[in-house]
Design a protein around this ligand. Structure first.
Ligand SMILES: [Mg+2]
Length: 372
């Protein structure tokens, strides 16, 4: 469809090994900032300049999904994670550009409004004793006002072997009791269990007031997850790793999980994530996205949750500091991720409403693709 929207003039990346920010500049000088998915970001930046940028330079900036689909078709022999991770950089930079052009936050472009988003305090650790985990989560309840918490059971892809013997049996009741009544309680199995063991663990969760059991079995085995979902009364959730829309269709139409958890960055950006949200909406399934660090993914997820008709009960909000995520240090200007009474806040600032730190940018590795 012909359009008179400004076209993409330049795509720049600023990367270290963990984070890659993308800056888009249009032919009228408009600018937007986005980010590719985290980890191996230096490799993702190469994919971005080799397999994304060349297909979109000179193209109009207003139909983001059309650009994403164009890249997918041009690179149809490269489906999968890296293409999506790199596409996320293009997509999120263009949403920021559109927002800045219209003077609106992305949430408003999506049909929502700025405001508060209830967050759950999300632990990323397993090498922590149940008492230490309960202690730090209870402190966050008291200091930041969180009313929902997620901690970890089993071991990542653990084949029923715990982080250490007996940890799962201990961490479920201990943390639940330390948090007390009236809190929403979630756990994550990170593909750690067989269906039989997952159902056994699920019964423990039911007894101790935990309502969300994430990724109980190997995530790629949809039948195993579905067996757990059907056996348990509590919500079985998943999907954080998935980016293939056909897999999402099978998961949603097949009743594999009770709650879907797309990750905006693993998905390839907002546009493709919205397709999953819509599919879930039509099936009556809520969306509690995966957002496991305080890079741009959590901000994108905040905007998303205030716009879609089927948001889950809360935003995933990582509680880990620089001991766990040293690379999160000093990414953004100001304090976009402050928590007030357990809520994160989407402001009315245009685009994503965040500024990337010039100091961080000055330390990063730079590359540019430009229309000749
Ligand atoms: Mg998870």
């Amino acid at each position: 469809m012909p359009t008179d929207a400004p076209t993409i003039k330049r795509l720049e990346t600023f990367t270290d090994d963990f984070v890659c920010f993308v800056k888009v500049t249009d032919c009228e000088g408009g600018i937007g900032w986005g980010q590719t998915s985290t980890y191996c970001a230096d490799i993702t930046a190469q994919v971005f300049h080799r397999q994304v940028a060349p297909h979109v330079l000179g193209k109009p900036t207003d139909d983001i999904l059309a650009l994403v689909r164009h890249v997918e078709e041009k690179e149809h022999k490269f489906p999968g994670s890296y293409r999506c991770r790199a596409l996320a950089g293009l997509d999120t930079a263009l949403w920021d550009l559109l927002g800045k052009r219209q003077g609106k936050p992305v949430v408003s472009l999506l049909g929502g409004t700025p405001g508060r988003v209830r967050a759950y305090a999300s632990s990323m650790k397993r090498d922590i004793t149940p008492v230490d985990e309960g202690t730090r989560l209870a402190r966050l309840r008291d200091e930041k006002g969180f009313t929902a918490f997620k901690w970890r059971v089993g071991a990542e892809c653990g084949h029923d072997v715990d982080e250490w013997p007996g940890r799962t049996e201990e961490v479920i009741p201990v943390v639940s009791k330390m948090l007390g009544d009236g809190m929403d309680k979630l756990v994550d199995g990170n593909s750690g269990f067989s269906p039989t063991r997952a159902i056994e663990v699920g019964r423990m969760l039911e007894q101790h007031g935990i309502g969300h059991f994430e990724e109980p079995t190997p995530y790629w085995e949809l039948d195993q997850t579905k067996a757990v979902t059907e056996a348990l009364a509590i919500d079985v959730t998943g999907g954080e790793q998935d980016n293939d829309l056909n897999v999402w269709r099978m998961m949603i139409q097949g009743g594999v999980v009770d709650v879907v958890q797309p990750d905006v960055m693993y998905m390839g950006g907002m546009s493709r994530t919205l397709l999953v949200c819509d599919m879930a909406h039509r099936a009556g399934i809520p969306v509690t996205p995966h957002a496991a660090n305080l890079g741009l993914v959590t901000m994108c997820t905040m905007h998303l949750l205030r716009a879609i008709p089927n948001p889950g009960k809360y935003l995933e909000f990582s509680i880990e500091g620089l001991d766990y995520y040293p690379w999160q240090d000093g990414l953004f200007l100001g304090d976009p991720y402050r928590i007030e009474d357990g809520d994160a806040i989407v402001t009315d600032a245009p685009g994503w409403g965040v500024g990337v730190s010039p100091d961080w940018l000055s330390r990063s590795r730079y590359a540019v693709s430009e229309r000749g």
